[in-house]
Every structure is written in structure tokens, then in C-alpha cells.
Ligand binder design. Sequence first.
Ligand SMILES: Nc1nc2c(ncn2[C@@H]2O[C@H](COP(=O)(O)OP(=O)(O)OP(=O)(O)O)[C@@H](O)[C@H]2O)c(=O)[nH]1
Ligand SMILES: [Mg+2]
Length: 244
Amino acid sequence: MNKEQSVPELSIVFPCLNEEASLARCLSTARAACQQAGVSFELVVADNGSTDNSIEIARAEGARVVPVEQKGYGSALHHGILAAQGTYVAFCDADGSYPVEFFAEMWKRIKREQVDLLLANRLIAPMEKNAMPFLNRYAGTPVLSALIRWLFSFPVYDCNSGMRIMRRDKYEALGLKHTGMAYASEMLCAAAIKGLSYKECPMSHFSKDSRGGRPPHLNRWRDGWAHLCVIIKMFWESKKEGKK
Ligand SMILES: Nc1nc2c(ncn2[C@@H]2O[C@H](COP(=O)(O)OP(=O)(O)OP(=O)(O)O)[C@@H](O)[C@H]2O)c(=O)[nH]1
Ligand SMILES: [Mg+2]
């Protein structure tokens, strides 16, 4: 059953900057996952100015391409999600590092568990060697996640996970502004502040090398610092708001 319709139940958004090596596989796997789950869907590629063949590949795979001028992971995802028409919106990186087929399981879980936001946690499932740099896996992500748990009393254990599914109607009220990687933490802090219901589920994570991806972009210190600043700023602002 191919249930692609004008108002889909699920939009899957891929932020994309030059991902010709992995994009076709991400899109065909997402399509198969939706068909397996029996959900009506649309595929959206939020293209951040790719200069390789990503746009042609996206169109050939039947995805809707949303051009996003302002550079950055957060900017690409934000505009992709705003353009999404589904009742639910799911997203993950287009670089081959996430098991896109897991969307079928996430779809079943979010429907069954009736939460607003469900995140795939990479740290509590078997992970392929080299899927995540040692310091990010054992220091950066756990420490930043613990900070969110402590400041916002919100059960976050993998704040950098890029694979999530949420109710589209809850998105705009989050008021997300960060254009870079710290958007990932900003979304979780905002979800805590707005009282969204939230869960995580274990998901295996893969090395891009084994899935035909490209070399890493991540700048550990710059991005880690940006996450920290966003978390503290949002905590500070929420306290000020609370006192008004
Ligand atoms: N880095 C980066 N990624 C972007 C941008 N715009 C869109 N993206 C996409 O956002 C997703 C996440 O970016 P990645 O570079 O994989 O970020 P990461 O997973 O933290 O880092 P590495 O996988 O280690 O490079 C990918 O699908 C990118 O193609 C951008 O301006 N910068
Ligand atoms: Mg990546």
C-alpha cells in the first residue's frame, strides 16, 4: 500500500548539505519504512545550498525539495519542518549515520505511547565502532544531557541525537531560533519549558564509513560550547519569565 496523500500523517524531513553519497539511500529507506508501517507520508529535503547532485537525487527519489538560504543545521531543519504538512514530523541526518528504517518503529511507538516528542537515543543501544567520537560519546553528550535534566527536570539522555519524531502542531510554539547544531538542545529545553510530553527509545547508531557517507563536519569544541550557551540562556530566560 502506498499511502502518499495531499495531507500525510507523517512528514520525514532530511536537512541536507551536499549529501549525494547517502541521500538516495536515506530517501528510499524512509519510503520503505513508511510503507511497512502503513502510514501516509511525504519526504522533504531541506536543502541548504548543496552544490553537488543532492537536489537532483532528492527529486528523482520523489522528495519535495525546500530550499533554505540561511546556512546551518538548525536553519535547514527549522524551515524544513515549517514546510512539512504531516500531522507528525520526523527527521534525521541525511549523511547515512542514522538507521532510517527505524522510523517505522518510532512511528508505532509515538502513536502507541501518545507522547508529543520521541527521540532515538544512541547511547543506550549497541553502537558500531567509530559511529561517534569517544569524547562526544562519553563526555560531551552525557554531560550536556545531564545539565538539561538537572536544570529543566526533563528526562534527556542523548541531547545531540538527530533522529526524532514529534507532533507538528506542537512545533511552532517552541519558538526555536538557533541556526546551528545547538538547535538540537534548544528543541529539548523549549519542549521542557512548554510542557511537552517526552520519551526516548534505544536506537543503534552507525559509522558513516560503513554506509557510504562523507567525512565529518562536526566541530566538537565550537558546537559543544554553543550547546552549553543555549541551555544556560534558555534556563535563565525561563526563570526570568517565571518571575514576571
Ligand atoms: N554541518 C552542517 N550540516 C548541515 C547544514 N545544513 C544542513 N545540514 C545537514 O544536517 C545534517 C547534520 O549535519 P552533520 O554535518 O552530519 O552533523 P553531525 O552529525 O553533528 O556531524 P558529522 O556527521 O560528524 O559531520 C546533515 O544531513 C547535513 O547535510 C550546515 O550548514 N552544516
Ligand atoms: Mg552527521
